[in-house]
Design a protein around this ligand. Structure first.
Ligand SMILES: [Zn+2]
Length: 306
C-alpha cells in the first residue's frame, strides 16, 4: 500500500468548539513521509502531528510548538486517517480547528472533494508486537497484537440516555465514512456552565454538539449509539498522531483524549525501545562475530519491518 495525499488545496472556516473563536483553515497536498503538518499564521515553525507535539489533552487534543498552538485537531485527524490520507499540510489562521457540525463528516466531504492521490512511497504500518495498556479502574485502554486494525469500545455512563454502549469494528474506509465520521461530540447541559468558566465549550451549541439534558439529547441523535461511535472517532483521530496505520486490536473502556494519547505515547515508546533492543542485539552479535545471524532473533526480525 502506498501513501496518499490530496490532489488540490481546499479551505474552510468556522468557529472553534472550545475557544469560540473564528478560524480559517487551508488543507494542501504534502510530500510523502511528511505526515500531517500544521502551520499557524504568524508562526514560522511548523507543528508536526506527532506524540511529542501534543501539549494538552483536556477535553480536546491540542498540538503546539514554540508558542504556536492548535486546539481540537482530533476530528480533522480522524477524517484524514479514515480516508487513508497520510500526508497533509494544514494552515490555520486562528487557534482552533473549526467545530463544523461536531463530527468528522464535513472534513470527510472536504477531503473527498479535494481528491486523493497515491505517492511513490510505501506505508509503514505499526505492527503491535505485544500488549500495551494504560489507565486504571474503570478507565483504561489497551492494544494487543492482531492481524488487522480493530477497535472494541465500551462506554458506561450513569446518564440513562447513554447507559452502556459497546461496539467492536474493523474501521474500513466505507465503515468509517458511514458509521463513525458523522457521530458528533457530546456534552451534558448541566456541565456547560462549569466548562465555560474553564474557558471550554465557548463555541459549543446545538449546531455542533449533541447536548444531553435530563431526558436525553436535546437535538436528537444520528445513531442510537452515537456516543460510543464518537468515542471511537476520537480514538481514531488521536491514534493518527502516530502518523502510520496500526495493525493491532485496541480495546478501550471509558477512555478519553488523555488516555488515547497516553496509549499513543506508550506505543511510540515501546517501538523506540524495541528498535534500541534490536540495535543492541545486532551490535552484540557483531561483537561475538555472529553478524548477519540476525535470523535467530525471531521477534526482532518482525519488528525490523515496523
Ligand atoms: Zn470528539
Amino acid at each position: 500500500m502506498y501513501q496518499r495525499t490530496i490532489r488540490k488545496p481546499v479551505s474552510f472556516e468556522g468557529v472553534g468548539l472550545h475557544s469560540g473563536k473564528h478560524a480559517q483553515v487551508t488543507l494542501s497536498p504534502a510530500p510523502a513521509d511528511c505526515g500531517i503538518v500544521f502551520r499557524v499564521a504568524g508562526h514560522a515553525d511548523p507543528i508536526l502531528a506527532t506524540p511529542e507535539s501534543v501539549v494538552d489533552s483536556y477535553y480536546a487534543t491540542t498540538v503546539g510548538k514554540n508558542g504556536a498552538r492548535i486546539q481540537t485537531i482530533e476530528h480533522l485527524m480522524a477524517a484524514a486517517a479514515g480516508l487513508g490520507i497520510d500526508n497533509l499540510a494544514v494552515e490555520v489562521d486562528g487557534v482552533e480547528i473549526p467545530a463544523a457540525d461536531g463530527s468528522s463528516k464535513p472534513f470527510v466531504a472536504l477531503l473527498t472533494a479535494a481528491g486523493r492521490t497515491e505517492q511513490p512511497a510505501r506505508r509503514r504500518p505499526i505492527v503491535i508486537p505485544y500488549p500495551i495498556r494504560v489507565g486504571t479502574g474503570a478507565r483504561w485502554i489497551q492494544i494487543v497484537p492482531s492481524t488487522t486494525f480493530r477497535i472494541s469500545y465500551t462506554l458506561d455512563n450513569d446518564h440513562p440516555a447513554i447507559g452502556t454502549q459497546v461496539l467492536s469494528c474493523v474501521p474500513t474506509e466505507r465503515l468509517f465514512v458511514e458509521a463513525f465520521a458523522p457521530a458528533r461530540t457530546y456534552g451534558f447541559l448541566k456541565d456547560v456552565g462549569a466548562l465555560r468558566r474553564k474557558g471550554l465549550a465557548l463555541g459549543g451549541s446545538l449546531d455542533n454538539a449533541v447536548v444531553v439534558g435530563k431526558r436525553g439529547a436535546l437535538n436528537g441523535l444520528r445513531y442510537a449509539d452515537e456516543f460510543v461511535r464518537h468515542k471511537i472517532l476520537d480514538l481514531i483521530g488521536d491514534l493518527a498522531i502516530l502518523g502510520r496505520p496500526i495493525v493491532g486490536h485496541v480495546i478501550a473502556r471509558n477512555a478519553g483524549h488523555g488516555l488515547n494519547l497516553e496509549l499513543a505515547v506508550a506505543i511510540h515508546r515501546a517501538l523506540g525501545l524495541e528498535r534500541r533492543a534490536v540495535g543492541a542485539a545486532i551490535r552484540q552479535l557483531r561483537e561475538l562475530g555472529l553478524a548477519g545471524r540476525t535470523d535467530g532473533l525471531a521477534p526482532v526480525s518482525g519488528l525490523a519491518a515496523i
